[in-house]
Design a protein around this ligand. Sequence first.
Ligand code: G6P
Length: 367
Amino acid sequence: NAAEKGGYEHFMLKEMYEQPKAILDTFSPRIKGNEVVIDELGMSDDEIRAVKKIMIVACGSAYHAGVTGKYIFEGLTRIPVEVDTASEFRYRDPIIEDGTLLIVISQSGETADSLAAIREAHAKGGKVLGIVNVVGSSIAREADNVMYTWAGPEIAVATTKAYSCQLIAEYLLAMKFAHVRGKISDAELADMIEDMKELPAQVEMLLNNKKNIQKFANRYLAAKDIFYIGRGIDYAIAMEGSLKMKEISYVHSDAYAAGELKHGTISLVEDGTLVTAILTQENLYKKMISNMEEVKTRGAFVMAVTNVDNTEVERNADYVMYIPKTNKYFTNTLAIIPLQLFGYYVAVGKGCDVDKPRNLAKSVTVE
Ligand code: G6P
């Protein structure tokens, strides 16, 4: 067992460290020069142009990848996107019409709720694209087409590398769709490809900051509640960061769209409450800073995750984790790394069974 972990204390840590390679393995077969080529998509350019609506359906972290996907698809392609948790989707009599593309995201490819969503879509004549990690799994077999994430086997219950690859798959799809539909130019696509190629090394660099994050995490072993706030795609990453924390460390945490705080969660903020603020979207910096001020005046300790050039944030944050510069649509890939490490080290510090948290299963094959 120790050998299987390749010298790492837990599978989760090992898998976090496999992220640079997993990300590279997921995008490199699909980039040919300055083009994104996704043969397994099974759609001609005309069919890509005919898509009128995208519905993304998934569970858990894959659902969070889907929430990021909504912002990215809509931002880049201008196709309307709906995202649902699979357990809700099939019971709301979803509207699937000509031109609707259903994307089901799943690491295991065996999640019962997600599989049921495919069947619901098929019963209504819809077409399904799976973004799946396990080759030959049930979801891979039942979807009309499959785009595999090449994360390799994932053992830890809390997903890290498979989630990161799901984001990459979505970036590639959105870039492809946007280019085919004339929403981004050849030059813009080439720039995005260049930025994508930087991601593995950038992720590696962030992972190597683990000592500092461990030190910081050790201060929060007794935390009762931790809040994660963000706007736009940073709200999506807040959800995933919060899930990482609560699922393995058993510290209650909640993700909130930062502007929505004042309509509820802020009543829970008291002296010393940790609020993690994620701000990677330049057009939202100002709004985020005022949300950080709102919690600070109520005694919160604010940790910020932001872009390396946004040092101004230090005026409103007590602790800052910087991420390197990338395309504005790719920041989730970098921002999640310190948040994964943070959840991991709080769990380690508390002596939790990191790889096998209580009550959870790696894949849930019952509804
Ligand atoms: C379980 C796991 C989660 C995972 C979710 C969806 O609840 O504990 O980590 O995100 O299932 O799994 P899937 O295999 O469909 O991605």
